[in-house]
Design a protein around this ligand. Structure first.
Ligand code: 173
Length: 491
């Protein structure tokens, strides 16, 4: 066993070791990265833990760089000074309202904003460019109004459904969001546990902080999980991930197709995220990681911008899981996806984090339904070709609007993420319960006893495509010099 003292001697460009979870690694080749400089010869676990799956370093550094365990008592603790800012944050955490006081999904966001470390909030909440799409994702639901039916016996209402043939307690699934441990030590496992309890399907992200196996191991027997895939330039890595997911019982593969390059999320970029560790990055097969560009960009360079329609046959050849394209943004691509024989599409703009001024998923849904009916005779919801929508959903009414317009189910990302950042697993449970409550009431008020009765005639979406009200452009608005009225002399 190595002693802490020996490790401490290896803190130079010539030989640089670090300790993670009680084991010593030779990371000399990464010397120069800020985090390595900071922890050269020391225990880096604290810094490593929130960002990387526990197995990332072991699977990515070649075995000869694994130097073995360190004698725990001989390691000097790295004292991280608690800043005044951090003390204030801890204070805010202890002053959180009790869960009973949380009434809706917006509340979780408001609390998360106050209790998250600044970097985590910047990463999670950011969207691309002027964040116009981010805001329209939510605003688009305000352009749809209900046409409820009366005098139907709504004593019993049932909003359960099936998603790709799997039972779900509601037409909502937990969408993939990366880096869960930035916001809570248990990261994505909070979602897994709550999803198990309430019969909701979780989509596991490629870039989860917890390892894929941890997330699958945490699931209950029979619990359904999907997998979100970022396709690596190195297809051998992708093949391994996909086949491993299938062998572990994952039920569907959602391939992200809207991120050949990560959007500029300026709130995140201003934080200058330091993903200095070699593990996740090299796991993803990246070189030349740009560390000045925020959390997402720092770890995203492995994603293959060359991914194209011709690759779909290859995916079909390596897995039997149904394939869904996540990030479709117009009917032409939805039609091509259908013709290519995939099982569905997610009409999504990646939570407003990719192309600014891409339209909301709910808006795209309408044109997809019209054109696939016209050109292929399909009606929706359709068991052979599922239409999912995500982005901006905060209420069961939002979900019911999407269902009325033909969606099989709706993805919810940030609100579930914020619910565990603010309150851990219990927060996610509460978020799901809130949605259930909202479904019950709104189904009754709509006059729909099952989701089959939530039909297109129940909504007026005639203004959905109208972009006459554009979300405020905050950056521009702050720079813009207002016009002035004529002034009286001396005033
Ligand atoms: O939206 C994201 O932040 C995202 O999908 C992502 C992509 C690559 C790396 C990290 C996150």
């Amino acid at each position: 066993m190595l002693s802490g003292k020996t490790v401490a001697e290896h803190n130079t460009r010539e030989s640089c070791w670090i300790i993670v979870h009680g084991k010593v690694y030779d990371v000399t080749e990464f010397f120069g990265r800020k985090i390595i400089l900071k922890y050269a010869g020391k225990d880096a676990t604290q810094e490593y833990e929130p960002i990387h799956p526990p197995d990332a370093i072991t699977t990515n550094l070649p075995p000869e760089k694994h130097l073995g365990p360190v004698e725990p008592d001989t390691v000097e603790k790295v004292v991280v000074e608690i800043s005044d800012e951090e003390k204030a944050r801890q204070e805010r955490i202890s002053n959180r309202p009790s869960l009973d006081e949380i009434l809706n999904l917006h509340d979780f966001e408001a609390i998360a904003k106050q209790v998250l470390p600044e970097k985590a909030w910047a990463y999670y909440s950011s969207a691309s460019d002027d964040e116009i799409t981010l805001r329209d994702n939510h605003a688009a639901y305000h352009r749809i109004w209900f046409r409820p039916r009366i005098l139907r016996d709504v004593t019993k209402v049932d909003w359960s459904t099936t998603i790709l043939g799997h039972k779900s307690s509601m037409p909502v699934y937990i969408s993939a969001t990366a880096l869960g441990k930035l916001g809570h030590p248990d990261g994505e496992l909070n979602l897994t546990r709550a999803a198990a309890k309430y019969g909701v399907i979780q989509m596991i992200p490629t870039l989860a902080s917890c390892s894929f196996d941890e997330i699958v191991d945490t699931a209950q027997p029979g619990q359904v999980q999907f997998f979100q895939l970022y396709v690596n330039k190195d297809r051998a890595i992708t093949k391994k991930l996909v086949q491993h997911a299938e062998s572990r019982g994952v039920k569907a593969l959602f391939i992200t197709v809207d991120a050949p390059q990560l959007g500029r999320r300026e709130k995140d970029m201003r934080m200058k995220f330091e993903a200095e560790d070699p593990s996740v990055v090299s796991k993803s097969g990246s070189q030349g990681v740009d560390r000045s560009q925020g959390a997402a960009r720092a770890i995203s360079s492995f994603i293959d911008p060359g991914l194209n329609w011709d690759d779909l046959d290859w995916f079909k050849s390596i897995t039997k899981m149904p394939i869904i394209l996540k990030g479709v943004q117009c009917w032409e691509d939805a039609l091509q996806a259908y013709d290519a024989g995939v099982a569905g599409v997610v009409l999504s703009n990646h939570g407003g984090r990719q192309l600014d001024f891409s339209r909301s998923g709910i808006e795209v849904l309408v044109e997809v339904v019209v054109n696939l009916k016209e050109k292929r005779g399909l009606s929706f919801p359709n068991e052979k070709f599922a239409l999912f929508v995500d982005g901006g959903v905060r209420r069961a009414t939002d979900v019911l609007k999407a269902v009325a317009l033909g969606a099989t189910a709706v993805g919810v990302g940030r609100p579930f993420l914020y619910s565990f950042c603010a309150y851990g697993t219990e927060g996610v449970e509460k978020a799901i319960k809130i949605l259930h409550d909202e479904f019950e009431m709104n189904m009754r008020l709509l006059g729909a006893r099952t989701l089959k009765e939530v039909v297109p005639e129940m909504v007026d979406a005639s203004n959905l495509q109208s972009h006459t009200v554009v979300p405020r452009d905050d950056l521009y608005a702050n720079n813009y010099e207002s016009m002035k009225y004529a002034q009286l002399k001396g005033s």
